[in-house]
Design a protein around this ligand. Structure first.
Ligand SMILES: [Zn+2]
Ligand SMILES: [Zn+2]
Length: 197
């Protein structure tokens, strides 16, 4: 099952939630785009590169795709968020409100100290039986950054590739000249921006 929210980002580098663009539903974290024929009533896309995205999606129909190649993954470490279990939930720390520090004031001064509840992280992490770990997407392992894998001559970030690689029938179309890797499976298609290294 694809959860389009997994492909969104928490910050402004991508979309914070899936959006409607033309007849498609799209999601993107700024480095990877996924699109499908409209699945639900998400909000209309409000970004300023709608035409570029539409062009990319429409281009996919003209490309010829190849089967999933054998992949050599780099070594991975256990995910510290979920302790390897693949399930965890992050919530904003109630003590510092996500700031990572708390302040104390007396008559003379205001002091800021690291929040002890969240270890100055701003997030409280709890192992959660049914929530996919946001840091490893349920894999239980994370790659040292920046880790990449070569797919037909395009180097892509392992974390992004892992989000789709096990989808049945996945196929790829490399575009090494502009560092893009197109992919499609089932009713979904998209592109991963490759690493220019
Ligand atoms: Zn994890
Ligand atoms: Zn805190």
């Amino acid at each position: 099952m694809i959860n389009l929210y997994d492909f969104c980002s928490e910050n402004r580098s991508g979309l914070t939630q899936p959006s409607q663009l033309d007849k498609y539903t799209i999601a993107s974290n700024g480095h990877m785009l996924i699109a499908t024929i409209s699945v639900s009533n998400y909000q209309p896309y409000e970004g300023n590169n709608a035409e570029i995205i539409l062009k990319l999606i429409k281009k996919i129909d003209e490309l010829s795709f190849k089967d999933k190649p054998a992949i050599v993954w780099p070594n991975a470490d256990q995910c510290s968020t979920c302790k390897g279990g693949g399930t965890a939930k992050k919530t904003v720390c109630p003590e510092c409100d996500g700031e990572g520090e708390v302040s104390f004031s007396n008559y003379f001064n205001t002091y800021f100290i690291d929040c002890q509840t969240c270890d100055a992280d701003g997030d409280v992490i709890a192992i959660h039986p049914s929530a996919t770990c946001p840091d490893c997407h349920g894999n239980g392992t994370v790659f040292k950054r920046p880790a990449s894998v070569d797919i037909y001559g395009v180097k892509v970030n392992t974390s992004y590739l892992r989000m789709i690689i096990d989808q049945p029938g996945i196929e790829f179309c490399p575009s090494p000249d502009d560092f893009k890797l197109f992919y499609k499976f089932g009713d979904y298609a998209g592109v991963i921006m490759g690493m220019n290294v």
